[in-house]
Design a protein around this ligand. Structure first.
Ligand code: HEM
Length: 198
């Protein structure tokens, strides 16, 4: 017979007190970040305007799916600033600017996330704003800007204080973040970019 305390614990899913939850998440997802970055770079998504269009199409598909899921799961009650951090509608405007047809943003159809899973998913979506600071500069080479074609990257990159706000919520939350969820979210983004690269 197996008792509750005999159930093997998943070390990656647990943050220890005194060990910053952010850096534990970063360690748990470093390989996943390198993987998704590698797919985007190999596909030349920041090497030409055509590549960037494919990046936008894939970003809209996966980002809108996760934004709907986070809304439906109550992310704003875990992190109040979340409602101001949506960018899928701006990605859609970037595609409009560049004359690319795209589907409408869909309603959530996934299983809802619990608070630990929400924190893991929020970390990935909001953390991508750190990379957006680099990417928003790269795309100037294709003639896109904060007002035309790169609205979402500039919106993400523009507010450094909001990342610190998220980190304080992450560290103070009653439930530690679920690392497996963060890894899975990275994997879903990687799959979306890999499909758009073919
Ligand atoms: C070519 C594409 C990308 C580049 C060049 C890039 C670059 C970066 C850079 C420079 C940082 C900051 C690292 C630091 O300050 O230590 C960062 C952080 C991060 N990025 Fe990316 N990134 C890319 C794509 C993505 C994507 C697609 C996602 C999510 C789906 C993502 C999620 C994150 C997260 C969560 C962090 C925060 C890590 C931390 O805790 O410091 N990145 N990225």
């Amino acid at each position: 017979m197996m008792y509750r305390n005999d159930v093997p614990q998943e070390p990656a899913a647990v943050s220890r007190i005194g060990d910053s939850r952010r850096f534990a998440l970063k360690r748990a997802t470093d390989a996943a970040h390198t993987h998704v970055e590698g797919i985007i770079n190999s596909a030349g998504m920041f090497a030409s305007l055509d590549g960037y269009r494919r990046y936008l199409v894939a970003t809209l598909a996966i980002r809108s799916r996760y934004e709907s899921l986070l809304d439906a799961s109550g992310a704003a009650s875990v992190w109040p600033a979340w409602s101001g951090r949506h960018v899928a509608h701006l990605v859609a405007q970037d595609l409009d600017d560049l004359g690319v047809a795209h589907p409408a943003i869909a309603e959530n159809a996934d299983r809802l996330l619990n608070p630990a899973e929400l924190l893991g998913a929020l970390y990935v979506l909001e953390g991508s704003s750190l990379g957006a600071r680099v990417l928003s500069r790269l795309v100037h080479a294709f003639g896109v800007s904060a007002d035309h074609g790169a609205r979402h990257l500039h919106a993400q990159a523009g507010d450094a204080a909001i990342w610190r706000d998220f980190l304080s919520v992450l560290d103070g939350a009653a439930t530690p973040p679920c690392h497996a969820t963060a890894v899975r979210v990275f994997g879903d983004f990687a799959d979306a970019y890999a499909r758009a690269a073919r």
